[in-house]
Write a protein that binds this ligand. Structure first.
Ligand SMILES: [Fe+2]
Ligand SMILES: [Fe+2]
Length: 472
C-alpha cells in the first residue's frame, strides 16, 4: 500500500480551506528513529528564524511590484529631463548618479516581476496615468530645490517606506528574492535621501525660502495621497487644485545651466583660444595633460547629454534607457574625477573656464544626432588618443594622469559598445547618413556660435574638427 492510499482525505484535493482535516500519516517507529538520528548528528547549525506566512499572493505581489517598477522607471526619466536645467554643480552631479539608482531599481524589480508570472513585454508596456500626472507635476518644479523636494522628499521617502513595509509583510521564505531586491534598492536609497535632505538644508541656509519648499512638499504629498500613495492601496483623497502641470505642460530645458562659480564659454571648443593665452605651448605633454583633465571636469555636459537622451527616448526600449542611465552615472564620475584631479594638479577647478560649446549645440537637437555626436565622434575620438596619452604618462611616471585615464579609457570603451544598441533604438538611418546629417547640424550650430566660419556654400565641418571642438 502506498503512502497516498492510506491518506484519509485522498481524492478530495480540490478543497483548500479544510487542510486541518488532512491528518499526517506519521509512523511511530520511523519518527523515533528519526529523532535518534538527529540526536546523534554532530553539527548544530544556526537556526533560521524566518517563518512561513506573508500577506501577498504572487498576483498581489506582482501588482505592487509593477507599480514600484513604474515609479522607479519614471523617476529615472524625470531626473534625466532636468539634467540641463540644474545650475548647481554638486546637484547636477548627484542627479546623474541618482537617475541610475532609479533605473537600477527598475531593472531589479523588472527581473523579479519576470519571475512572478509577468512577461517582459507586459512589464515594459505598463503605464499608469495617475503616476504620470504626479511625475508631470513633480517636473513642474520652479527650480532645482523644488525638484529635489518632489523626487526625494515626497516620492523617494514614500517609496523607501513602502519597500520596508513590503519586506515586513511578504513571505520571507517563499518570496525571499523580492526581499533581497528591495533591500538592495534601499542600500542606494539611504545615502541618496540623506544627501537630498542635506542639499535642501544647504539651499535654505543659502537663502532659498523654506516656506516655498514646504508648500510645494505639501502640495505634492496631497497629490500622491490622491492616487492612493505609491502602492495605490491607500484610501484616496481629493486631488489638490490647481496643478501647475495642468496649466502649463512640462517641457524639458534646452539650455545648459551653470552656477555662479563657473566662467563659461561657447564661442570656441579650444581651451587655448578660450584662455586667451595658452597655459602651455601647443603640442607639449603639459598642454595635452591639462586639456584631458579639463575635458573630464567639463563632462558635466555629458551628464546633460545622456540624461536628456534618457528623457527624450523614454519608453522606446528598456535596455537603452538602462544603458543611458548607467552612462550618465559614469559621466558624473568622470566629472568628479576631473574636478578632483584638477585640485590635485594644483588648480581651483572653478578658475578654469568651462566649455559649454557641445551642450549648447546638443541641447535643442533631436536625440539621434546629439547621440551620434557625443558617442560616435566624442567617445570614439577619445579612444583614438587616450592610449598614447596613457603610455606617455607611464613613461613620465605621471601617476595622477595615468590612474585617472586608465579607468576613463575602460569606461569610454564600454560607452562605445553600449552606444551601438542605443543608436539603433534612436534611428533607422544608416551609419553614413547619420554621420553626414550630424556633421551638417553641428556645422550649423558651430557657425551660429562663431566657433567656425564658413568660406564656401557647401562646407561641412569634418569629423576630426568636431572631435576637437565639441568632443569629449
Ligand atoms: Fe566620459
Ligand atoms: Fe562617455
Amino acid at each position: 500500500m502506498s503512502a497516498r492510499d492510506d491518506h484519509p482525505t485522498n481524492g478530495q484535493s480540490g478543497k483548500s480551506a479544510d487542510t486541518a482535516e488532512i491528518v499526517a500519516v506519521s509512523r511511530p517507529a520511523e519518527r523515533q528513529a528519526s529523532r535518534e538520528r538527529r540526536q546523534q548528528y554532530a553539527y548544530r547549525f544556526p537556526r533560521d528564524p524566518r517563518q512561513l506566512g506573508g500577506q501577498f499572493s504572487v498576483a498581489e505581489n506582482s501588482q505592487r511590484l509593477l507599480r514600484f517598477f513604474y515609479l522607479e522607471r519614471r523617476l529615472s526619466h524625470a531626473l534625466g529631463s532636468w539634467t540641463l536645467a540644474i545650475p548647481e554643480f554638486e546637484v547636477k552631479l548627484e542627479t546623474g548618479r541618482h537617475l541610475f539608482y532609479h533605473a537600477d531599481a527598475a531593472y531589479h524589480l523588472r527581473e523579479r516581476l519576470h519571475e512572478q508570472e509577468q512577461t517582459l513585454k507586459q512589464i515594459d508596456a505598463f503605464r499608469d496615468a495617475d503616476i504620470d500626472r504626479l511625475i508631470d507635476e513633480v517636473l513642474s518644479a520652479a527650480d532645482a530645490p523644488e525638484l529635489l523636494v518632489g523626487v526625494h522628499q515626497v516620492l523617494g521617502q514614500a517609496l523607501a517606506t513602502a519597500y520596508r513595509h513590503h519586506i515586513d509583510r511578504t513571505d520571507s521564505v517563499t518570496d525571499a528574492p523580492t526581499i533581497r531586491a528591495l533591500r538592495r534598492i534601499l542600500l542606494d536609497y539611504e545615502p541618496m535621501l540623506a544627501w537630498a535632505d542635506q542639499a535642501l538644508a544647504a539651499y535654505v541656509a543659502g537663502g532659498i525660502d523654506e516656506s516655498r519648499l514646504a508648500g510645494w512638499r505639501w502640495h505634492l504629498a496631497r497629490l500622491l495621497a490622491s492616487i492612493g500613495g505609491v502602492t495605490g492601496a491607500d484610501p484616496r483623497t481629493p486631488v489638490p487644485e490647481p496643478l501647475r502641470s495642468a496649466q502649463k505642460p512640462f517641457e524639458r530645458s534646452t539650455h545648459p545651466a551653470r552656477d555662479g562659480r563657473f566662467v563659461t564659454f561657447c564661442n570656441t571648443g579650444d581651451y587655448d583660444i578660450a584662455d586667451g593665452e595658452p597655459r602651455y605651448p601647443a603640442g607639449t605633454y603639459e598642454n595635452l595633460r591639462l586639456r584631458f583633465l579639463r575635458t573630464q571636469r567639463d563632462e558635466v555636459d555629458a551628464i546633460e547629454a545622456f540624461g536628456t537622451f534618457l528623457w527624450d527616448i523614454r519608453f522606446m526600449d528598456f535596455q537603452a534607457e538602462y544603458d543611458l542611465a548607467r552612462i550618465t552615472w559614469d559621466e558624473a564620475r568622470h566629472t568628479e574625477i576631473g574636478h578632483r584631479t584638477l585640485l590635485a594638479a594644483g588648480y581651483d577647478p572653478f578658475e578654469l573656464p568651462n566649455r559649454l560649446t557641445g551642450s549648447t549645440c546638443r541641447g535643442p537637437m533631436e536625440p539621434a544626432y546629439a547621440m551620434a555626436e557625443i558617442n560616435l565622434f566624442g567617445e570614439v575620438g577619445v579612444l583614438k588618443t587616450i592610449g598614447s596619452l596613457i603610455d606617455v604618462a607611464a613613461e613620465r611616471h605621471d601617476d595622477l594622469l595615468y590612474h585617472a585615464a586608465d579607468f576613463i579609457r575602460a569606461d569610454e570603451r564600454t560607452h562605445v559598445r553600449k552606444g551601438r544598441h542605443i543608436i539603433r533604438v534612436m534611428t533607422d538611418l544608416g551609419a553614413q547618413e547619420l554621420e553626414l546629417r550630424t556633421r551638417e547640424l553641428f556645422t550649423e550650430c558651430l557657425v551660429s556660435l562663431g566657433v567656425v566660419k564658413l568660406d564656401m556654400d557647401v562646407f561641412t565641418v569634418s569629423r576630426e574638427d568636431i572631435e576637437h571642438l565639441v568632443g569629449e
